[in-house]
Design a binder for this molecule. Sequence first.
Ligand SMILES: Cc1cc2nc3c(=O)[nH]c(=O)nc-3n(C[C@H](O)[C@H](O)[C@H](O)COP(=O)(O)OP(=O)(O)OC[C@H]3O[C@@H](n4cnc5c(N)ncnc54)[C@H](O)[C@@H]3O)c2cc1C
Length: 569
Amino acid sequence: MVTDDAGIQFRMLNRSKGPAVWSPRAQCDRALYAQRVRQACEDQSNLDLRQGMGMRVEIKNGRVGGVYTESGRLIAARTVILTAGTFLNGVIHVGEVQYSAGRAGEFAAKGITECLVELGFESGRMKTGTPPRVDGNTIDFSKTVIQPGDDNPVPFSYRHDKLEVEQLPCHLTYTNKTTHNVLEKGFDRSPMFTDRIKGVGPRYCPSIEDKIHRFADRDRHQIFLEPEGRNTTEYYVNGFSTSLPEEVQLEGIRTIAGLENVQVTRFGYAVEYDYFPPTQLYPNLETKRVEHLFFAGQINGTTGYEEAACQGFMAGVNAVLKMRGEAPFVLGRTEAYVGVLIDDLVSKGTLEPYRMFTSRAEHRLILRQDNADLRLMDYGHRFGLIDRQDHKKLCEKRERIQESLAQLQQEKVAPEDVNPALERIGSSPLLEKESLYNLLKRPEVRLSDLKGLRHLNILEQWGDQLWRSVREQVEIEIKYEGFIRRQKEQAERVLRLDSKPIPKGFDYAAIGALSAEAREKLGKIQPQTIGQATRISGVSPADVSVLLIHLGRPVAHDVSRETWLAEGA
Ligand SMILES: Cc1cc2nc3c(=O)[nH]c(=O)nc-3n(C[C@H](O)[C@H](O)[C@H](O)COP(=O)(O)OP(=O)(O)OC[C@H]3O[C@@H](n4cnc5c(N)ncnc54)[C@H](O)[C@@H]3O)c2cc1C
């Protein structure tokens, strides 16, 4: 909701590819976004806000009791969620300079890591970086390529039918050979190449020095100039993340077309911070070591806004369920990217900052951005986040999709009814009657091409808005029917394994038939289901069969090769 209000540019990425990988991207006005989120928190009933630097977690009898602030005050709590981001023992690096900070201009958080390590938690070190910010008044946009937002932007929220905001353009430019030569001159003073940074950085969002080093054959790299907001002239130089010395950054950035006279308002930097390997968590994001203590966000080894936000949401829901004594809320890999992300973290862990890519999901044809409402809104309704009216709309949409699919299968059209439309779009004419369902299987035929056909009257009568959202689902269901059916079958097999629980505290060490590696990994991660066990690296199908026998479960076809392949094992 806030993104739709505070957005300055909206684009659907990967539109030239299949719907499984379409990704909505929004850029927000930074200040407005922060203000709106704060306002939403302040307006939220039953939510009290307190501020302070958390220094230590209070633990009593293996359970969390609250957090001590820097003044020694205890903020008592029955449940605590730690979301410390890049702040735990954060160190900023710029060239040879390094200083303690969680983010530019903000204190690092001390004490929490040490307190948790004393309790037996394992911690590690990671790093991330950011590009310089520049003054837009000093950019020569005539030397760049304009990148406007989408003409008909799709809102982020399913509650919004359309976006009313005026979009701002971004601009594309490139580094060049001279830029690379200038930056390379500073490599001997870069914290990245002089071993001063020990933490592992994000492989898929590399710094500009990383890109020049790793892809030495490339003559140029893309640079997107993105406005920071509507009421500021500051620009974010996306693609130029760097921790090189400030003077090298300045000389390098000024070799880029359009940025020859640019004024840097803030230099890029890298930040190194503590994280806690997430295999120390249960799938509800509660720590295994301390009951009622949850971790969410970058502290778990992820990087990225969405990655952090979805974990915060899941930890929040689960913290409440825990206090109410209700069962945890765990989304499956077949239900949502959130499920894939958390399952990857708690089952496999991560040695480098984890980003959620569509390629990590084995069922991505059913985890599309266009069907998120159909997949997840029932849960939202259950937890009181989706009101009755919105839920009713969802149920109506679901019914209409089924109704439409049935209708399209039944309705046969004669060549004389449909051939003029087919001719208009260059599709071969029908020679005999055919169902609309089969006709729509042709990649080039869209329902909108058949508008006005009397067979569709019954579907078009619902009003534009509902028909539009139903039409999209119907078309995808028909065009990708075979693939979707296969993925749903695979998903059901995975669900079967995920519904087979392993008792808490199960003694893997006592099962001699398991491989040594499986015994060690299973003992450490303590999977909660057979499905989760299958996804732990080093646990083979033979180990899972042994487990199933010990748990008194039939082995036949449960751990089929297909399931393993589908799981990427
Ligand atoms: C410089 C930089 C640029 C980035 N750019 C992008 C980007 O363009 N796109 C993207 O997707 N991701 C980006 N990221 C990553 C993204 O910001 C993080 O992954 C995400 O914000 C993590 O969310 P979080 O809630 O875990 O932590 P954060 O957003 O870091 O929030 C942590 C909060 O906890 C507070 N805090 C920490 N410790 C304590 C304590 N002990 N007591 C009290 N309060 C505490 C901090 O003050 C802070 O407000 C960037 C990160 C950095 C550092």
